[in-house]
Every structure is written in structure tokens, then in C-alpha cells.
Design a protein around this ligand. Structure first.
Ligand SMILES: [Zn+2]
Length: 369
């Protein structure tokens, strides 16, 4: 049970951003039957090739060192959206962000201060990457007195860039930018939600190049968290090869006709296989036998890690719970082909692990975006 925490790795078609750059041909998986070895190639957000260089996070004066190096590049983030250019992320030079204050300024760290994070290094070029997390109000021109100067460096950065969300960008970034973007978006969400200590409620401040927040009152360190979620292609083997069917469900809050694999968050004290079996039983009343791990994809909206599985059904009666899942059906390959070509069934986006699981079972690409 997810108690209102609905799990989905779908992207909404309406979320397409006109500012998003064109697909990167080099990062677009080639179409064709999805073999197990090619499976990960269908998970665009899992393509990071960045070296996170964690050993540098505690380096004395790291931000000053990297900001003085003209080869450093800076990912810009504002309100959860990334600065984009025609070919991917719009990476700023240290010169372009020279006027932005250093982190840990006397003003403290809160939602109205810029934050810096060390993202890592690009192995081939040796380039170091930072993220600059701009405060939400950086573009608020209506503030006065202590408000934002419209000519100030933060406001100028916001107004002189185009911005796009990672969901829209997911399948359009090359491996380097994918790694930078998923890391920056995940850490920005974590910083925003952890300005206060969960133990005592006192303010926390970022340390370790943005990878730890320390409670000042208790001198306790808090680390970024990731929420594991299982997502599973449940297959009824039928009487044998060619007779198998795939289970797809429709969630209450989805547009009409949208069907996808079942998914749910792993609960405290639970193993992954247990979570798969529990979620399938809760949502549609099917008993699952064998569970096989396939691959994972970060889904930092705000902190999920999607863990993909195939699961063998031992029973086939479907009883949707009526809350999270309002419809569920078994599809043969022929039925799924017909339904998607007619548009009666709309599958999740090509950036989702759900789509990769569905097409791996199907044996190739299916109709629809
Ligand atoms: Zn505390």
C-alpha cells in the first residue's frame, strides 16, 4: 500500500516543453527487438557516464578552486528546471557566474540563497562540473526593500536562459548531460526539503560540496536519500511460448486509455521481491511466483529509483483495488499491437522503464510516443 504516494515513472504528453532541445541522435536508442543485453539502452536516465569523484567532496576550498578554473562548467537549475541550449544543457562558464556569492555565506542556507554542488568530472576531458541551484525567487521582480534586484546576477541568469524540466529532456540528452541533469535535479530537491533537521527542527547547512547537510545545533550529519520503487512486467505464461500474456493496469489519475505496468514503493523493512509480490497482490489480486531483476533507472521526481522486474503470475483473476488501479487487463501480443495501433491503449513514454519492460516482453517497439 502506498498511502497516497502514487508511484509512476510516466511522463505526461502535455508536459512537452517547447524549450527542450532536439533529440540527441547519439543518445537515442536504436529501434529493434529489445534483447536483455540491450535493455539498459532503453533507459535514457540511466546513461550517466560522469565520474562523481566523491573523494573531492571534502577537498579544502574546492568551490574556489573550480570556480577559478576556466575549464569548469556549471549546470544551472531554477525551480527544478534546467538551463537548456540547442544541443542539450546550457552549461555556464565560471566567468558567467562569477558574481554569484560563494556558498556558506553569512546569510546561511535557505530557499532564498543560491546553492552550489560539486557534480563530478568528465573522464575523457577532465572537465569538472558544478551545479548552481538558483533560489526560487531569483526572478521575482515584484519584491522591494530586501527583495531581488532585477539587475542582480541571479535575476540576470534566470532571465537570460531557457529552462526545461528533466522529464521533457529525458530522452533528448547525451550520456554526459543525462548524468549531470539527474544528479543536479535530485540534489536540488533534497536540499529544498531538508533545510531543517528532521531530529530537532533546527537549521541545517550544506557541507561536503553539497553532499551532506549538517544540523548546526546537534552537529549531526544528514545524507541524501533515495526512495526505491519496484516496477514490474507481470506475465501469465499461459500454456507455453507464444501463449503468454502481459498484465497492464490503468491508474485512477491517468488520462483515459493510458495503461502501464504496475509499480509501488518499497516499504520499510521489506525486500525487493516481497515488494513486487505485495504490490501486485494489493493492486490487482494476482499471486506472483518468480521475480527477476532487470535494470534500474533514477527518477528524481523528487527522489525515486525505479527498479525494474519481470514477474511470473501464478493466478490470472484480476480484481483491481479500485483506488490506485481502476482497470487491469491481460494482453496477448496481438491484442497489444491492435490496441496501441488503434490508440485504444496509450503506453507510457519512451523515457520510462515501464515502456522498456513492455517492449522487452513484446519483442520490439510498439506504436505511440
Ligand atoms: Zn538537529
Amino acid at each position: 500500500m502506498t498511502y497516497g504516494r502514487l508511484v509512476t515513472d510516466q511522463t505526461s504528453p502535455a508536459a512537452t516543453d517547447p524549450a527542450a532541445p532536439a533529440p540527441d541522435p547519439a543518445s537515442t536508442p536504436t529501434e529493434g527487438p529489445a534483447t536483455p543485453s540491450a535493455f539498459a539502452a532503453h533507459l535514457p536516465l540511466a546513461h550517466s557516464m560522469l565520474d562523481r569523484a566523491a573523494h573531492r567532496r571534502t577537498e579544502e576550498g574546492l568551490f574556489a578552486t573550480l570556480r577559478a578554473d576556466p575549464s569548469t562548467r556549471v549546470v544551472l537549475l531554477h525551480r527544478g528546471r534546467l538551463a537548456v541550449g540547442p544541443d542539450g544543457l546550457a552549461l555556464a562558464t565560471p566567468q558567467e557566474v562569477a558574481a554569484v556569492p560563494e556558498p556558506h555565506a553569512a546569510s546561511g542556507d535557505h530557499s532564498n540563497t543560491p546553492r552550489w554542488v560539486f557534480l563530478g568530472e568528465d573522464p575523457p576531458s577532465g572537465t569538472s562540473f558544478l551545479a548552481l541551484l538558483l533560489p526560487d525567487d531569483a526572478d521575482d521582480l515584484d519584491l522591494d526593500i530586501e527583495g531581488v534586484d532585477p539587475k542582480g546576477p541571479l535575476s540576470v541568469l534566470v532571465r537570460t536562459h531557457r529552462w526545461a524540466g528533466l522529464r521533457e529532456l529525458a530522452s533528448r540528452l547525451g550520456p554526459r548531460d543525462t548524468g549531470l541533469a539527474t544528479e543536479a535535479v535530485a540534489l536540488a530537491a533534497w536540499h529544498a526539503a531538508n533545510e531543517r533537521c528532521p531530529r530537532c527542527g533546527e537549521p541545517t547547512v550544506p557541507v561536503a560540496a553539497g553532499w551532506v547537510r549538517r544540523c548546526v545545533a546537534q552537529d549531526v550529519e544528514h545524507y541524501p536519500r533515495t526512495d526505491p520503487a519496484v516496477i514490474m512486467a507481470v506475465v501469465d505464461p499461459g500454456s507455453g511460448p507464444g501463449d503468454d500474456r502481459l498484465l497492464l493496469g490503468h491508474a485512477a489519475h491517468w488520462p483515459e486509455g493510458r495503461f502501464s505496468t504496475l509499480a509501488g514503493y518499497v516499504e520499510p523493512g521489506e525486500g525487493l521481491e516481497q515488494a513486487v509480490r505485495r504490490e501486485v497482490a494489493e493492486e490487482v489480486g494476482v499471486t506472483v511466483g518468480e521475480v527477476v531483476y532487470r535494470a534500474s533507472q533514477p527518477w528524481p521526481f523528487p527522489a525515486s529509483l525505479m527498479l525494474g522486474f519481470t514477474a511470473t503470475a501464478l493466478t490470472t483473476d484480476l480484481t483491481p483495488d479500485g483506488e490506485e488501479v481502476t482497470d487491469a487487463r491481460w494482453f496477448t501480443r496481438a491484442e497489444l499491437t491492435d490496441a496501441t495501433e488503434r490508440g485504444d491503449v496509450k503506453l507510457p513514454s519512451r523515457s520510462s522503464i515501464a515502456r522498456a519492460l513492455i517492449e522487452e516482453w513484446f519483442g520490439g517497439p510498439l506504436a505511440g510516443e
